[in-house]
Design a protein around this ligand. Sequence first.
Ligand SMILES: Nc1ncnc2c1ncn2[C@@H]1O[C@H](COP(=O)(O)OP(=O)(O)OP(=O)(O)O)[C@@H](O)[C@H]1O
Ligand SMILES: [Mg+2]
Length: 498
Amino acid sequence: MSSAAEHPSHLAAWHATEPLLVSDSERVKFANQAFADLVGVPLDDIVGRGVDQIITILDEPMVLERLRSALRQHQPFRGEASCHTAAGGTVPVDLSVIPVGDAATELFVVSALDLRRQKRMEHQLWQSQRLDAVTQLADGIAHEMNEAIQVISGYLGLAALESGRQLGRGDLAAIERASKRASTLLSELLEFARRRPATRGPIDLNTIIRQWEDLIQALIGTHLRFIVDLARDVPPIHGDKGELQQILINLVTNARDAMPEGGTLTITTHTVAPDRLITSEVLDDRLGTYLVLTVTDTGVGMTPETKANLFQPFFTTKGKEGTRGLGLATVQEIVRESGGLLWVRSRPGQGTAVEIHFPTLPQPTETPLPAAAPAPPGRGHETVLLVDDDPGVRVVASRGLEQYGYRVLTAASAAQATTLAAERGNEIGLLVTDIMMPGQRGPGLAQELVADWPHLRVLFISGYPGDDESDLVRRAPYLGKPFTPDELARAVRSVFDG
Ligand SMILES: Nc1ncnc2c1ncn2[C@@H]1O[C@H](COP(=O)(O)OP(=O)(O)OP(=O)(O)O)[C@@H](O)[C@H]1O
Ligand SMILES: [Mg+2]
């Protein structure tokens, strides 16, 4: 059976460029060269092996179940699987299994199309979708930013106008609230934009949703009602923060787009016990407690045609700039990779609910203690050299540190700092420097000064963590802008004490 010449049909299969094998219900009877090449195993070693040593069905309960039921009914099957390679890896393949012959002498003709190229391209597509999500978020928060800046500049403008008027406590609190909000949104955006690659691990979905409530509100605008209803004490799931956030953005954006006339967006989580799972498609051995994320809107709903296509990459009915029809395809991919299941319930005019079932992990035995409110920063008496090209930052940072007892020398550039250090290097205990500055940058300055005064400690401050990725910066203490005077004082104290 392994020889190509025995039968004309073998000859055809032998020369096919498509990887092919023929097996009975257990062992490989025949394979062609293309198959041997695919798995990197000599032809003679494949024939006679157990089929399951060579091909595994993807760890997807539904695929396996479909295969089993097709074979029981002597029907062909097609689905994704992976082939083991000689090198110990696996190759993703589009597997098709066709039963031939009668029940007694049944054989299976198996073809396995290499999906590596396609998977690579798909992966790039999912990666690029993150950029779409970042753009959505940026659009959403731009509006909030403007509002925050409006509040801040408004109060300051009033103070200047009513000259001699001091900003009152209430004014200051409003300014602080607005700037905190702007800075939180911005840092969430940056964190999301920069987070990669995905690192999956136990993660609390509720926390992710709660941390992003503000951002989601910004994304949908103020004309929609927004309800969040999360189950208590939910078990962790296996996932990546950035990917789960990407799911949220994509679903929320879709919901928003479906409600141009207003409506309600609801995000809920709840757990389902194994026996309550609403599907018969899930295999028994996969049953466990699932955590269900549901994103519901009261929008336009979907036609049957849309519903049939909505996970297809590039399927979109929106035709507006920036939509590519990749949102749900990406969601589905992420859900699949985390072992979850996804359902969409929708009717024209009756809104849409997207439901994702995530398999859960055992509850951690120790629940982390809630973070205590930070203690007020300790005071100091040391001398700090503060270098920043922004005069506003210099004023606020130096006055703040002086309030905590430090002596502060300020410089607007590395050159000025070097001059100051030459005069008073011995008394300076800490260099606090911006990273990006015109002329010499912070890291270079730090390196030079530390070479001359080895006792000198360094704290970098920067508005964008990606400014410098050198080892020096990565290892040194770092404080992101914007910071409050308290936060700076705390960071400075901990550098001196650390
Ligand atoms: N909540 C929803 N309500 C109504 N229709 C929806 C909803 N979510 C998705 N759809 C339909 O499914 C299509 C595909 O959605 P998907 O998120 O994949 O792409 P998109 O939103 O059109 O584009 P992109 O997400 O790339 O910006 C949409 O164009 C829309 O027709
Ligand atoms: Mg979308």
